[in-house]
Design a protein around this ligand. Structure first.
Ligand SMILES: Nc1ncnc2c1ncn2[C@@H]1O[C@H](COP(=O)(O)OP(=O)(O)OP(=O)(O)O)[C@@H](O)[C@H]1O
Ligand SMILES: [Mg+2]
Length: 362
C-alpha cells in the first residue's frame, strides 16, 4: 500500500460504526509518515473526520493536519453543496422541479414522454449516494486539475454500506438517463421547423442546461471509471467480528466484485484483547474462598466470574464471526484479512491514530 509508485486512491467502507473513519484516518497517517503527500477526505454526509483527527477540517478545502510534520491534509466535503449543485438542474428559482428543467432545455413538450426516466424524481430528490459521488468527483478534479496535484495518496472515508453500494451503480444509471435527454434535445435541435412546431418544442433557449447536464454526466463517469481502476483504486472493507457484520461484509465484497471494483483486503476491527481470568479459574478461586469462609473475597470473585463468563461468550461469538470472515472473504474471496484490536481508549488525534495504524496496516 505504501510502496506502490504513483497516485493511489483508497476507499474504506463497511457497516455503520465499525471503524471506517478511524481506519481511514490511521491509514492516511501511515501514508504521510511514509513520506507520501496524503489527503484524507470524508464523503460521509454524517462526518466525523474532524472528531477523529481532533481538529476542524470542515470548510471545503484541504486543511493541514496538526501534530505531525508528515505531509498530511484532511478535508470534509459538505454534502449539502453537492445537493445544491444537483438541485440547480431541477429548478432555476428553487422548487418548481422537472417541468421547469425540461422547459429550460427546450423539451417542455416531452416531460410526459420522458416520465419513465424518472428524471423528476432524480432532480427533485437526488438519490442517496449522488451527493457522495459528486463529492468524490470534486476531489478527483482537485487532484487531477493541478490545484492539489501534489497528493499521491487519497483516502476516502465513506458512508455506511448501503449508501456506498447505491453510489456505485449511480453513474451508469445517470449516464443512461442524462444521455437520453441530451440525445432527444439534439434530435429536436436538428429537426426541421415544422416538426419543432408540431411538438411545440422551443429550441431557441440556450443550451446552458444541457451543458450543465453533460458536465454532471462527465463528473459521474470520472467517478465510475476511478472506482473500477485496477491500478489506482483499492476498496478496503472495514468489519467487526459479529456474524451480522461478517455476512454484510461478504455481501459487500460480492457487490464490489460484481461492479468490477478492486477489493483486496478486509480489516476486522474491535477484536477483544486476550488475557483476564478464564471461567474455570474464576470458579476454582470462588470455591476456595467459600471453603475458607472469606466473604469479601467471595463477593469479588463472583464479580470476576460474571465478567469471565461474559468475555467467554463474547469471544465465542467473535470466533464464529472470524471463521465466517476467514472462509467467505479470505479463503473463498481471496482477500487478505487484517485484524485490529479493540482498545480501551477512544482513538482520537494523530498520536492515537498512529499507534492504532501501526498494528493494522502492515
Ligand atoms: N479498535 C478500536 N478500539 C477502540 N475504539 C474504537 C476502535 N475502532 C473504532 N473505535 C471507536 O468506535 C467509534 C466508531 O468508530 P468510527 O467512527 O471510526 O466508525 P465508523 O465506521 O466511521 O462509524 P460511522 O458508520 O458512524 O461513520 C469511535 O468512537 C471510535 O473511536
Ligand atoms: Mg465514519
Amino acid at each position: 500500500m505504501c510502496a506502490a509508485p504513483g497516485r493511489r486512491y483508497f476507499m474504506v467502507g463497511g457497516k455503520g460504526g465499525v471503524g471506517k473513519t478511524s481506519l481511514s484516518a490511521s491509514l492516511a497517517v501511515r501514508f504521510a509518515n511514509a513520506g507520501h503527500a496524503t489527503l484524507v477526505v470524508s464523503t460521509d454526509p454524517a462526518h466525523s473526520l474532524s472528531d477523529s483527527l481532533a481538529q476542524d477540517v470542515t470548510g471545503g478545502q484541504p486543511v493541514r493536519v496538526e501534530g505531525t510534520d508528515a505531509p498530511l491534509f484532511a478535508l470534509e466535503l459538505d454534502p449539502e453543496d453537492a445537493k445544491a449543485e444537483i438541485r440547480q438542474f431541477a429548478s432555476a428559482d428553487g422548487g418548481k422541479g422537472v417541468n421547469d428543467f425540461m422547459d429550460s432545455v427546450g423539451l417542455g413538450a416531452f416531460t410526459q414522454q420522458l416520465a419513465d426516466l424518472k428524471l423528476g424524481e432524480l432532480l427533485d430528490t437526488p438519490p442517496p449516494g449522488l451527493d457522495e459521488a459528486m463529492a468524490i468527483a470534486k476531489v478527483v478534479q482537485f487532484v487531477d486539475g493541478g490545484e492539489f496535484s501534489q497528493f499521491d495518496r487519497i483516502v476516502f472515508d465513506t458512508a455506511p454500506t448501503g449508501h456506498t453500494l447505491r453510489m456505485l451503480s449511480l453513474p451508469d444509471f445517470l449516464d443512461a438517463t442524462i444521455g437520453k435527454v441530451v440525445r432527444l434535445r439534439q434530435t429536436i435541435s436538428g429537426a426541421g421547423n415544422a416538426i419543432k412546431g408540431m411538438f411545440g418544442a422551443d429550441t431557441s433557449t440556450p443550451d446552458e442546461a444541457v451543458e450543465k447536464l453533460e458536465g454532471l454526466k462527465k463528473k459521474l463517469k470520472t467517478v465510475s471509471e476511478l472506482f473500477r481502476d485496477q491500478d489506482k483504486m483499492e476498496f478496503v472493507i472495514a468489519c467487526i467480528p459479529t456474524v451480522m457484520a461478517a455476512n454484510e461484509s461478504a455481501r459487500l465484497m460480492e457487490s464490489l466484485k460484481g461492479e468490477g471494483v478492486p477489493v483486496r483486503r478486509v480489516v476486522v476491527n474491535q477484536l477483544l484483547p486476550g488475557g483476564g481470568a478464564s471461567t474455570t479459574e474464576a470458579e476454582e478461586a470462588l470455591a476456595e474462598a467459600k471453603e475458607r469462609g472469606d466473604e469479601k473475597l467471595e463477593r469479588v470473585l463472583k464479580g470476576v466470574l460474571k465478567d469471565a463468563k461474559f468475555m467467554a461468550t463474547k469471544r465465542k461469538d467473535q470466533e464464529r464471526a472470524l471463521s465466517i470472515i476467514d472462509d467467505e472473504l479470505g479463503s473463498k474471496g481471496g482477500l487478505s484479512v487484517a485484524r485490529a484490536q479493540l482498545f480501551d481508549i477512544e482513538i482520537r488525534g494523530v498520536p492515537a491514530l498512529q499507534f492504532f495504524g501501526m498494528s493494522v496496516w502492515q
